[in-house]
Ligand binder design. Structure first.
Ligand code: HEM
Length: 163
């Protein structure tokens, strides 16, 4: 697993703290963005959350309890990563397993990137002036490490099934 620089860690911790204690409402911004992007990229993904097939607008999607619950789950993972910046390795098993689960429910690894874009968008919207190029890069670096571990689990699950 890759390491983050001391500067990256400092920028991530600082900006995460700036968002305040309650991260979930910020996560809701993710919902809006993810919904839009998912519709563009792969509308079929929405059915994975067991939406009614009528989930054909961002508004329907946002009001789905399954989707909102999943946002809380994503924010939990991001929060865990920020809390373990000095030892991301300790999350390896958890992230591998998470990747496996996503492979099992039919989520593509490219979709993890969409969630990453949404996270950056949420940070940009919430941090305003504080969202500098180095802050963006630090978050990208951290998210890439998380997704790389999830993707390893995803691939492993696919290989195990093929055996
Ligand atoms: C567009 C991309 C994604 C889709 C379509 C997706 C879909 C799903 C689905 C269908 C489930 C199972 C039902 C549920 O628990 O809600 C799930 C579980 C979960 N997802 Fe995602 N997911 C995506 C990306 C991510 C990312 C990037 C993260 C974390 C950074 C994440 C974190 C989780 C967690 C923590 C669970 C619960 C796993 C468990 O029950 O042990 N998801 N996801």
């Amino acid at each position: 697993m890759e390491m983050l620089s001391g500067k990256d860690k400092e920028l991530i911790r600082g900006s995460w703290e700036s968002l305040g204690k309650n991260k979930v409402p910020h996560g809701v911004i993710i919902v809006f963005f993810v919904c839009d992007r998912l519709f563009e990229l792969d509308p079929a993904l929405l059915s994975l959350f067991h939406y009614s097939t009528k989930c054909d607008s961002t508004q329907d999607c946002v009001s789905s309890p399954e989707f909102l619950e999943h946002v809380t789950k994503v924010m939990f993972v991001i929060d865990a990563a920020v809390s373990h910046l000095d030892d991301l390795q300790s999350l390896e098993e958890f992230l591998l397993n998470l990747g496996r689960k996503h492979q099992a429910v039919g989520v593509n690894t490219q979709s993890f990137t969409v969630v990453g874009e949404s996270l950056l968008y949420m940070l940009q919207r919430s941090l305003g002036q504080e969202y500098t190029a180095p802050v963006r890069q630090a978050w990208l670096n951290m998210y890439s490490i998380v997704v790389a571990a999830m993707s390893r689990g995803w691939t492993k699950n696919g290989e195990d099934k093929a055996d």
